[in-house]
Design a protein around this ligand. Structure first.
Ligand code: ZN
Ligand code: ZN
Length: 303
């Protein structure tokens, strides 16, 4: 175990109803205890069009009203502040402006800036996912519950979902705006194996899935973007990190920088399953991992 682990994907609150306030201090305390250097990547406010729900947060993102209180907590600390930003192809200009305004604000407050993760948590579709949703919004939260994921499969069919998801990831990469691609295999959040070891959802589409996933990694290589090995998948029925061993080997071959991220939403989850991740890195021949300061890459070795 290294003395210090750079965990590049940490949130300041759990997803529960109603959403509690962001709290940095408990994360700082837990990180210190575990020898983790925090890379906060909190959900950024959504584009206006998608700010639905009573707090304009789609029940998971940062409400625009929470931004001040969130940023103030970093004042006087050396914790790297960063964002996990949702990508929508039809709202990218607004996303860029919003995020740049937040970064300017953080700089003027003298905060340490880490990096930006780009994510896809919402996908094209129409299901009844949240109360009070305006008709015809055109996107769906599919990663909050298995029921919603299954409803989206029912509505769109899995091949279309696989294509949409990876198309949006490639779109996100091509903007060149984000430093790290979040949890590439998030689409498998609710996946599990049947008694023959085949995926209950993806069994008939494994080839399509894998080709699409490698198209995304090829785009990352082309655009010099980092990807993360996100260990939350180990705590789900899927039982594997989001970024496969095969994908890691490809990252080494194409010199794609790889970051470690626990996607912790609670203090106890910080740095989770780092040993498993380190074993995978070693097997793939990846010796140094990336972290970001002021949107620029730095490297650390884990062994
Ligand atoms: Zn995420
Ligand atoms: Zn996250």
């Amino acid at each position: 175990m290294p003395l210090q682990i750079y965990d590049e994907h940490v949130h300041l609150r759990p997803h529960q109803e109603p959403l509690p306030a962001h709290r940095l201090q408990p994360m700082i305390d837990a990180a210190r205890e575990q020898g983790v250097i925090l890379g906060v990547r909190e959900h950024a406010p959504l584009p206006e069009k998608y700010q639905v729900g009573p707090n304009r947060d789609y029940f998971f993102a940062m409400s625009p009203d929470e931004l001040d209180g969130f940023l103030l907590q970093f004042h006087g600390t050396d914790v790297a502040f960063g964002l996990e930003v949702d990508y929508f192809p039809d709202a990218f200009d607004e996303i860029r402006q919003t995020v740049e305004a937040i970064l300017d604000r953080a700089r003027s407050m003298g905060l340490v800036i880490g990096g930006l993760h780009g994510s896809v948590h919402l996908l094209p579709g129409e299901i009844d996912d949240i109360p009070g949703k305006p008709p015809g919004l055109g996107v769906v939260m599919w990663d909050d519950t298995r029921e919603h994921f299954e409803q989206l499969i029912e509505a769109r069919g899995l091949p279309a979902i696989i294509e949409d998801y990876h198309d949006w990831l490639i779109g996100l990469i091509r903007t060149g705006f984000f430093q790290t691609l979040s949890h590439i295999d998030l689409l498998r959040k609710f996946d599990r194996a049947d008694e023959r070891g085949r995926s209950v959802y993806f069994a008939d589409y494994e080839n399509l899935y894998e080709e699409s996933m490698f198209d995304v990694l090829a785009a990352a290589a082309e655009c010099d973007m980092a990807v993360e090995l996100n260990t939350q998948g180990l705590d789900r029925p899927y039982g594997r990190p989001f970024l496969s061993q095969k994908a890691l080997v490809y990252c080494r071959q194409k010199q794609i920088p790889v970051a470690f991220g626990s996607d912790a939403h609670r203090p106890a989850e910080i740095g989770r399953h780092f040993e498993t991740a380190a074993q995978m890195f070693a097997e793939a021949g990846i010796e140094r991992l990336v972290y970001f300061r002021d949107l620029r890459p730095h490297y650390w070795t884990y062994a």
